[in-house]
Design a protein around this ligand. Sequence first.
Ligand code: PLP
Ligand code: TYF
Length: 387
Amino acid sequence: TLDALTLQPPDPLLSVIGAFRADPRPGKIDVGVGVFRTEAGETPVFRSMKAAEAVLLETQRTKAYLGPEGDIGFFEALRPVVFGAADPGARVFGLQTPGGTGALRLAAELIALARPGARVFLGTPTWPNHPPILKKTGLQQIPYRHFDPQTQAVCADQVFEALDSAQAGDVALLQVCCHNPTGADFNLEQWREIARILGRRGVLPLLDLAYQGLAEGLEADAAGVRIVLEQVPAALIAYSCDKNFGLYRERTGALFGVAATGEAARIAHSNVLALARAAWSMPPDHGAAAARIILEDPALAADWRAELAEMRDRIVSMRELLGMIDPAFAPLARQHGMFSTLPLSPDQVRRLREEFAIYMPNSGRINVAGLTRGNVEAFVRAVRSVM
Ligand code: PLP
Ligand code: TYF
C-alpha cells in the first residue's frame, strides 16, 4: 500500500530552520521561520511563563484525562482577551486545540460537515498552511488579491469587491492582525466595510488570530473580531497562543465559535467535540494549563502584558530602523507584526543565502524579529545589492 505514495516537498518555512543551522558562516542572518527573537537573537521562554510553569509543577496533582475540550479554565480565561465587552454570552462555543493550526483544521472540518465543499474566500498571499488545510477538508478556495507589493499595503478595493461577490453560505478566511506573510493589516475603517459586506452577503467569517498583542496591543489587535461580530450572527475564530505566550512547540490554541442562538451553539459545540475526538481526542495540556495560570493571576497577567509590550516595541523599532536606513523600506514601518514580503525573486533569495548568509523562504518573506541593531545595516545593503 505505502509504495503508492509519492515524494512531497518539505514545508517551505520550516525547512529554512535546518538550512540556517547548517551554515557555519559567522554573522549569518535568519529572517526565516516566524518565531520572535530578542536583540540577542534568542527566543526565550517568557518570565511569566516560567513562573506559571513553576506553579504548575508545584500544584498539579494529576495528569488524568480532561476530555476533548481540554482545559475549560484556559478557554474561559482567554475568552475576555478575545471578545472583551463584545462577548456574545451563551452563543459562544469552543474548545482548546493543538495550536492555531488545530483550531483552523477543526473550523474547516466543522464547515465541511455543515456544508460539504463550501466556498472559502481567501486573500493572497497567505500563510502557506491555509490552502492545504482547506483542501484536505474538501472546501473550495476562491482566491483574491489581499496585498499590493508596490504600495506594500492591503488592496482594499479588491478585497471588498471579492467579498461582495460572495453568496450566503460562503466563508471568508481573514487574518485579524499581523498578516502572514505581508504585515499588511486592515485598518478600522476597512474592517467596518468588510463587516458590513459579510453581514449583507450572509458570509461566515473564519477569523485567524495567531498574533494578538504583537501589532498594537491586546485590545487594539482584537478590533477586527469585535467589529465583525457586530454585523454577523455567526463566526469562527481560530486562536493561537504560540506566539503571544511564546509557547510554540507546546501547541496551544483554541477554537472560539459564535452561533446565531444558544441552541445553535450547543449543537455546534457537540459537533466540534466529535470532530476533535476523531482527530486528536484531547489536546496537549501543558501550554494551556500554564497560560491559564498566567491569565487567572493578576500579577502574572500584568507581567505577561509587559513582556508582550516589549516584544511589540522591538518589532516596531526594527521596522522604523529599516525605513531610516533606506527609504525603500519605509512602507514596512506601516505594517504590523513579524512579517513583511519583499519583492524578491527566488533567484535573489538564493543569492542572499549563498553570497550573504541571509536566510528566508523563497517567497521573499522576512521575519523582522530576526534583525538586530547589529545586523540590520548589513541586511539592507545585501538586499539592495541583489535587487
Ligand atoms: N495562522 C497563522 C497566520 C500563522 O502564522 C500561524 C503560525 O504558526 C498559525 C495560524 C498557527 O499557529 P500555531 O503554531 O499555534 O499552530
Ligand atoms: O509562518 C510562520 O513562520 C509561523 C510558523 O508549518 C510556522 O507561522 C510555519 C510553518 C508551519 C507551522 C508554523
